[in-house]
Every structure is written in structure tokens, then in C-alpha cells.
Design a protein around this ligand. Structure first.
Ligand code: PMP
Length: 448
């Protein structure tokens, strides 16, 4: 009989994969999920410590989110969102308006993270076009940044792994050296520096602010770059510089939003408000594809005019404002209101930091342990003293990933950075299991 795995590989081209790898490691066909656990069709269970590409916020098959979607399903599955609306979207916007950073008041819906970034870029460009500064049409971004895979989003990203090949297709953006706290060029440490590395941004603004519409950042956490954490002070300085130089600030909170960093949004650590914030992933608890580009009244007003002036934002996605996604997002908000999710996640985060140090700090290949909220990462290096990487051909992270899978842990590394980014309601017992399986998998590849 043809196996499910063979049937999969006959037709399916999986995302972000070298499909030849599947010859050795066929796809794991998941049958069901509950909490942080996934169960495959052969009955094996896996602990989802990366919350399925960082989106599953409150566990798989969460009873409350399921109920919210089911109730909506019998009323309305979808409706065109131009000229039409529905209660779940209206209610969701009202709820989110209470929790987003101050000044963000307008909600433009799309259906995935990259789309919300595209939307933000187009809004910024058009804002300056319509306010008498058409020369401001470029974008600034940080090295090692990641904002999605569509051409616009990719070109404000700086990760060669995903972007380099497509360079001929990209916009001509200004890439600024990002904070790199593990290998700080100033020899400082993230907990007590003055963000000396902000000088790179100052130089770029001095040269290019006059032609720049917006600067886009992943606030405090460059996720795809290997969970690189940088200080809130950097963000504060950036907000001030953007204000001073009339450059809009876009904060991509797609990965960091909804409690991942220990506060509702990463911006909250710095006490700043961006001009635009992109949210997705945890928005629906990771259930349904939905994103929102949230912006200010000032930006919105620049598009508000008689139709004949041609100032409208004529950007749409078929599934904008999908009612099922809104119902899921409303259920997530209700859970935040009625359960101490963030408080518990913060307590567990401090406990987890201690446990990470106990379990991993002594290993000679652990270069750095870094963390923010429940997100904890280990950067593995060949030579700890000199912070020298393993050569990429060794695929150390991938080898550990395979060992972890054998043991029942979904630990999908970013190169040689292993990380936990679990559902916020994971228990300490489950975290302990993940620690034990991670340690055993590392030791299998890198015995100490
Ligand atoms: N921005 C950030 C910070 C992300 O982490 C991601 C996805 N990992 C995206 C944008 C793109 O989102 P999507 O995959 O939904 O297009």
C-alpha cells in the first residue's frame, strides 16, 4: 500500500525545504494536536516547542478558540470586506485598540505577515507622496532582519539565506548594521551598554533620511536571524531619530506580538509607539491566516479625501477581515482577559532562564544563551572562546533537529541556533521534558 508519506511527496512541494532532504527524512504526517503536543498518524507524539513557526499561542486545539470559530462558522464564513463589514471584525478592532501602543487607532486587515508588511511599505510611500514629499520613497532596514517572503518584504529583509538570490528583483533599500549583542563590535554587553552601535543608524539617517519614507524593524528580537535579542534603548533611540528626521517607523510585531516577549508587544518594553505596527501569527492564536497593519490617525488622514483626488489606499486581499479569523482572534483576546496568561508566562520565563543556564551553560559548544519572554535560544559555536561558528556544511543544527525528532521534540533550529518559542500556556513539566530532550539531542551530536 502506498504510504501517506509517499502520497505527500508525490504532489506536495513543502515550504522552506530542500525537497531532496525528504528522501532521508520524509514529512511527519500529523493527525491531531492538543496543547503543546502533536500526534502523528503512527501514534508517535511530539512536543511542539517552536509553536509551529511561532504562531500557536495558546496550544493546539484550544477549547475556547475552537468554540469561538465553531460558533462563527454557523453564522458567516466570509464576506467581501470592501463596503461590507461584520461584528467580529468591528469587535476585534475595538478590543485591539485597547492594547496596542498609544496612538495606533486604524486597523487594515490582510491575510498573512508578508502581506501586512507590503501594505505598510505602500502606505508609507503613498503617505509622503500625498503630503508633498514625493522624494521620500526609500526604506531603511536592519541587517539580518526578516519581514517575509514576498518581493517587497524580502527586500527590506537582509538575510542572505532567503534574499540574496533574488537581489536583481529587489527595491534599492538602505541596510543598516543591526545590533549584534553576542559579537558586539564595541565589546559591550546587552544589559548595560548605551547602544553604541546606534551610530550605524545615525550615519545612515544623516546620509539618507531626506529620501527615506520609513524604517522597518523587528522590535527587540530579530527572530529569523537566530533569535537575536537587543536592548529596548535601541528602539527608543530609533523612535527619537525617526521623529527628528521625519521618517516613519514600522515595527514588525508579527513574531513578537501577543506576549511572546513577556509584554503584550515588544514595543511596550521600550515605551514607544511606531507609526505602523504589523501583527499576525499569535493574533488568531496561530489558527487562521490573518494579519493587520495598524496605523495612526495622522497616516490615515493623508488618504482621506474626495474620491476624485485619487488618494485612497487601493490595496486589497480577498480574505481581508475573514470572520473566522476574527472569531479566533476574539477568543484569544478573551483568554487574555480572563486568564493570567502573561503573568504565568513571565514567571515561567524566569524559571526557564535559570534552567537553561543549569542545563546548557557548561557545554563547551554553547556560545550564548539569550532570551526574552518565554523565547530562549542557544547559539552553538565550534570555538566558544573565539566565538567561531561551525561551518554551515556540517549542518549541526539540522543534525540535532533530526535527533530531537527521534526523541519526540520539534526543535527546528535556525542554522546553529536552537530555540524554544512555545505556547504561552506551556507547563513547567512540559518545559522540563523539552530541556531533557534538547540536552540529549545536543549531546548525541556534540558530546562534551
Ligand atoms: N515578519 C516577521 C518578523 C516574521 O517572523 C514573519 C514570519 N516568520 C513574517 C514577517 C512573515 O509572515 P508570513 O510568513 O505570515 O508571511
Amino acid at each position: 500500500m502506498v504510504s501517506m508519506e509517499e502520497r505527500d511527496l508525490k504532489y506536495i512541494w513543502h515550504p522552506c525545504s530542500q525537497m531532496k532532504d525528504y528522501e532521508e527524512l520524509p514529512p511527519i504526517v500529523i493527525d491531531r494536536g492538543k496543547g503543546v503536543w502533536l500526534y502523528d498518524i503512527h501514534g508517535k507524539k511530539y512536543l511542539d516547542i517552536v509553536s509551529s513557526w511561532w504562531c500557536n499561542l495558546l496550544g493546539h486545539c484550544n477549547n475556547e478558540i475552537n468554540a469561538g470559530i465553531k460558533a462563527q462558522l454557523d453564522k458567516l464564513e466570509h464576506v467581501i470586506f470592501a463596503n461590507f463589514s461584520h461584528e467580529p471584525a468591528i469587535h476585534l478592532a475595538e478590543e485591539l485598540a485597547q492594547i496596542v501602543p498609544k496612538g495606533l487607532t486604524k486597523f487594515h486587515f490582510s491575510d498573512n505577515g508578508s502581506a501586512s508588511v507590503e501594505c505598510a511599505l505602500k502606505m508609507c510611500f503613498q503617505y509622503f507622496l500625498q503630503t508633498g514629499k514625493p522624494e521620500k520613497k526609500r526604506f531603511m532596514c536592519l541587517s539580518e532582519g526578516y519581514h517575509g517572503e514576498t518581493i517587497g518584504a524580502l527586500s527590506v529583509g537582509s538575510m542572505d539565506l532567503y534574499a540574496k538570490m533574488y537581489e536583481p528583483l529587489m527595491m534599492d533599500n538602505i541596510h543598516i548594521e543591526a545590533p549584534d549583542c553576542y559579537r558586539c563590535p564595541y565589546g559591550k554587553c546587552r544589559d548595560n551598554c548605551s547602544c553604541e552601535c546606534f551610530s550605524y543608524a545615525e550615519k545612515a539617517f544623516a546620509d539618507h533620511a531626506h529620501e527615506t519614507a520609513a524604517m522597518i524593524v523587528e522590535p527587540l528580537l530579530q527572530g529569523s536571524a537566530g533569535m537575536r535579542v537587543y536592548p529596548p534603548l535601541y528602539l527608543k533611540k530609533l523612535r527619537a531619530l525617526c521623529n527628528q528626521q521625519d521618517v516613519l517607523l514600522i515595527c514588525d510585531e508579527i513574531a513578537t506580538g501577543f506576549g511572546r516577549t513577556g509584554k503584550m508587544f515588544a514595543c511596550d518594553h521600550a515605551g514607544i509607539s511606531p507609526d505602523i505596527m504589523c501583527i499576525s501569527k499569535g493574533l488568531t492564536g496561530g489558527y487562521l491566516p490573518m494579519s493587520i497593519t495598524v496605523t495612526t490617525q495622522t497616516l490615515y488622514d493623508a488618504f482621506y479625501a474626495d474620491y476624485s483626488e485619487g488618494k485612497a489606499f487601493l490595496h486589497s486581499h480577498t480574505y481581508s477581515g475573514n470572520p473566522l479569523g476574527c472569531a479566533a482572534a476574539l477568543a484569544v483576546q478573551k483568554i487574555f482577559h480572563t486568564q493570567p496568561i502573561l503573568e504565568n508566562a513571565c514567571k515561567n520565563a524566569s524559571w526557564l532562564t535559570k534552567r537553561f543556564h543549569e542545563e546548557f551553560a557548561a557545554h563547551p559548544n554553547v556560545g550564548e544563551i539569550r532570551h526574552i519572554g518565554l523565547i530562549h535560544a542557544i547559539e552553538l559555536v565550534k570555538d566558544r572562546e573565539h566565538k567561531i561558528d561551525f561551518s554551515p556544511e556540517k549542518r549541526i543544527g539540522y543534525e540535532i533537529y533530526k535527533r530531537a525528532l527521534n526523541r519526540g521534540l520539534v526543535l527546528r533550529p535556525l542554522d546553529n541556533v536552537l530555540y524554544f518559542n512555545p505556547a504561552l500556556n506551556i507547563t513547567r513539566d512540559e518545559l522540563d521534558i523539552a530541556l531533557e530532550l534538547t540536552k540529549a539531542s545536543i549531546n548525541e551530536i556534540l558530546p562534551c
